[in-house]
Design a protein around this ligand. Structure first.
Ligand code: PNS
Length: 168
């Protein structure tokens, strides 16, 4: 029988534009399963993010500060290449609803083809967060809705600054 790996270094990749309580829940639960968890922000020039990579990393750093085995980083290019650079052997992703499944399956299978020793683990979003997404939070906020139940206070503050600035 194979031996259990001495330690698991996992990457939780994403856009995090911005981080929500759904992401944070996954970080908290994921951090208990592995020795080290790297939350990695994709530097993606194709998307038009509301926050820069630097800003997204700052917000993440503020909220993950209590978790001693969690670090924040950014990457560009293929996730498999980044995972090699960081000696990571696991990808963690969240699944909220069945609609997430198809894309996540494709990505996991592609990543496995590219680097078979890299495993992907899916965590089910908690019921309380299963409908929350960064996009929905931004829409809600733009339309004057209360987002305090969906994002940490530092993110709400930054959203306020960013959106007020854009609309003046
Ligand atoms: O939060 P998101 O936008 O759903 O995260 C998507 C992410 C960053 C996990 C995915 O786009 C990604 O890994 N991009 C890097 C390029 C890559 O390796 N793609 C998968 C194989 S083609």
């Amino acid at each position: 029988m194979n031996q259990k790996p001495a330690h698991v270094v996992a990457i939780y990749p994403g856009s995090f534009d911005p981080i929500t309580f759904g992401h944070l829940d996954l970080i908290e639960r994921g951090s208990k399963l592995v020795e080290r968890l790297i939350v990695a922000v994709l530097q993606n020039s194709e998307k038009q993010p509301l926050f820069s990579v630097q800003e997204r990393m700052e917000m993440l750093c503020e909220v993950v500060a209590p978790y001693r085995n969690v670090e924040v980083d950014s990457f560009q290019g293929l996730l498999v290449d980044y995972s090699r650079q960081r000696n990571a052997n696991l990808i963690i992703r969240g699944i909220r609803a069945i609609s997430d499944y198809e894309f996540e399956l494709q990505m996991a299978l592609m990543n496995r083809r590219l680097r078979p020793e890299l495993e992907t683990a899916f965590l089910m979003a908690s019921e309380a967060h299963s409908f929350v997404s960064s996009r929905l939070v931004k829409d809600l906020f733009r339309l004057g809705g209360d987002i305090s139940g969906f994002v940490p206070p530092n993110v709400e503050r930054r959203l306020k600054e960013r959106i007020e600035l854009k609309e003046t």
